[in-house]
Design a protein around this ligand. Structure first.
Ligand code: ATP
Length: 251
């Protein structure tokens, strides 16, 4: 079966001032799959993720070259509006960052300012269901989001991203601030979500990649060492450096 690529990364290079941190990355992100980006601290995982929806534009001093094609169109083309890109390719960050507003408003806010014409309550409910949070919050939608636990806040941030109906969701170490039970809930949520959209997750946690990812990309010092199906890569890595990393010899 041939896989459909949603994002194609071609010879992507990023420098911060004179420091090149991504050195010509070529990678395809497949539709309705979960792709994990792993590698030791500082290898460029977050930088790569930020390039996929032009969040990198907001980083002062970052220079980028190469192409990121989203369904065939280069998102760095001058005629592309980065704000629209970020609607289509949403992002969830390491630390849950809900707005200091009600649970309902956190999810409704984006679609409303974006001129959503449909039934907002239905959209909020649907997004919270997809994020696996509805049952826990349905009777307290008016409460401040800060009253939720860290893990619930993170699922709320996922719901907030989903309310904009993205086709791809980028997650930057979404569980690193969470306890093991909350981590498990977020992982379950992500696993269900791939039926509806495409997911790219940066993780420090190799076990997490093994648990959730269909495909894994291993980065080292700004280079893509290896990419492939997670099950294959974690059992028969092609590169010695991949083997050393996943068996915990470094990183
Ligand atoms: N805004 C910035 N300005 C200058 N250098 C930066 C900036 N952001 C990241 N870097 C540098 O770029 C390199 C890659 O950083 P990046 O955050 O992408 O790596 P990472 O693999 O996500 O790291 P970690 O796992 O520690 O989060 C590092 O050397 C980092 O110090």
């Amino acid at each position: 079966m041939s896989m459909e690529s949603v994002i194609s990364i071609r010879d992507l290079r990023v420098s911060y001032k004179d420091h090149e941190v991504l050195k010509g990355i070529n990678l395809d992100i497949y539709k309705n799959k979960i792709t994990a980006i792993i590698g030791p601290s500082g290898c460029g995982k977050s930088t790569l993720l930020r390039c996929l929806n032009r969040m990198i534009d907001l980083v002062e001093g970052a220079r980028i070259s190469g192409k990121v094609l989203f369904k065939g169109e280069d998102i760095y083309s001058p005629k592309v509006d980065p704000v629209r890109v970020r609607f289509k390719i949403g992002m969830v960050f390491q630390k849950p960052n809900p707005f200091p507003k009600s649970i309902f408003e956190n999810v409704a806010f984006g679609p409303r300012i974006n001129g959503y014409k449909g039934d907002l309550s239905a959209l909020v409910e649907r997004s919270l269901r997809w994020a696996g949070l509805w049952d826990e919050v349905k009777d307290r939608l008016g409460e401040n989001a800060y009253a939720l636990s860290g893990g619930q806040q993170q699922r709320l941030c996922i719901a907030r991203a989903l309310a904009l109906e993205p086709e791809v969701l980028l997650l930057d170490e979404p569980c690193s601030a969470l306890d093991p039970v909350s981590t498990m809930r977020v992982e379950e949520t992500i696993t269900h979500l791939k039926e509806r959209l495409t997911i790219v997750i940066v993780t420090h946690n190799i076990q997490q990649a093994a648990r959730v990812a269909d495909y894994t990309a291993f980065l080292l010092q700004g280079e893509l060492v290896e990419f492939g199906e997670t099950s294959r890569m974690f059992t028969v890595p092609k590169d010695k450096r991949t083997e050393d990393f996943i068996t915990g010899r470094f990183g």
